[in-house]
Design a protein around this ligand. Structure first.
Ligand code: 13P
Ligand code: SF4
Length: 304
């Protein structure tokens, strides 16, 4: 604790010196969520990154999130505390694979989940997050949609449109682990609990949800609900904010395996170090950034 206090003080001092802002995703470790200037889900973080007037953004999340922040702010320095924090789902689609699929469906518009690399985003028409995915699909003026990379989110969204969706076979290792059996057992054990679930989970698990939504959606639902007990089908980091928002409610995480190891590689020491050395920074080539920015800006114009 003494060490953490020293690190927090160092971070506060360096943040002022550099005119930096710390953005953190809800899946980060609690001690990081505690010191963040802004805490959000993928959509909230992209919105904040697009509007901040800080000179330096310290992005505590995974690589594609830092990249998106950089694309929206090419003149700013975007630091990520650990370069190894990637997203395995984002790595499941690459430019050559997407180009092949586009050639097979020349009339389709391409929607990319924000969980994609900058060069993939540059090949798309619009991005989305789980917060605004349904509205993004509604906004598309084509009968065919290529959807990358999350098959589970794609399946969920496809229920709300008549358009033909060509869905890539990617998935989130963390959310895809949750099974119907895991949830069924907990529902038997806690019959009064509501099951809240992220649409990155498998379709049959999502179908069991009393509420289905993005991280911010889950937080809002639990905060505003009259229920007192929830079975939570998403990454374990969300527990921090659920408890801060509703200390009197009970949250039972649906699986102890729903921990994203990439989100957990950041710590206070790495944040202090990156603010000190101003490394590692995110770089995105100008041309890729210009094309990817068009997709991200379209996404930001669609309501969550
Ligand atoms: P949201 O933050 O949009 O809910 O997405 C979850 C996620 O897996 C981020 O990597
Ligand atoms: Fe990627 Fe899943 Fe981790 Fe989010 S939780 S960063 S989608 S692996």
């Amino acid at each position: 604790e003494q060490r953490n206090q020293e690190l927090r003080e160092k971070i506060m001092r360096l943040k002022k010196e550099r005119n930096a802002i710390i953005l953190a995703h809800y899946y980060q470790r609690p001690e990081i969520q505690e010191i963040a200037d802004f805490l959000g889900d993928s959509f909230g973080l992209a919105q904040k990154a697009a509007t901040t007037d800080a000179d330096v953004i310290v992005f505590c999340g995974v690589h594609f999130m830092g990249e998106s922040a950089k694309i929206l702010n090419m003149d700013k320095t975007v630091l990520i505390p650990d370069e190894r924090a990637g997203c395995p789902m984002a790595d499941m689609v690459n430019v050559s694979g997407l180009k092949k699929l586009k050639a097979q469906h020349p009339n389709a518009k391409v929607v990319a989940y924000i969980n994609t690399s900058a060069d993939v985003k540059a090949e798309t028409d619009i991005c989305c997050t789980s917060s605004n995915a349904k509205n993004v699909i509604k906004s598309i003026d084509a009968e065919e949609i290529i959807w990358v990379p999350d098959k589970n989110l794609g399946h969920w969204v496809s229920q709300f449109t008549d358009k033909k969706m060509i869905i890539w076979e990617g998935y989130c290792n963390t959310h895809d682990q949750l099974t119907v059996d895991d949830v069924r057992k907990l529902k038997e054990e806690y019959p009064d609990a509501q099951f809240v679930v992220h649409p990155e989970c498998r379709p049959e698990v999502v179908a069991m949800g009393d509420f289905i939504g993005s991280t911010t959606g889950i937080l809002k639902y639990c905060r505003e609900s009259n229920h007192k007990q929830f079975i939570v089908g998403t990454e374990d980091g969300v527990g921090y904010k659920l408890h801060v928002d509703s200390p009197d409610k009970e949250f039972i995480f649906a699986s102890k395996y729903m921990v994203c190891p990439n989100m957990k590689v950041n710590n206070l020491k790495k944040i202090a170090d990156c603010l000190e050395t101003m490394q590692p920074q995110i770089y995105v080539p100008e041309e890729i950034a210009d094309n990817a920015r068009a997709s991200l800006e379209r996404m930001l114009s669609v309501e969550a």
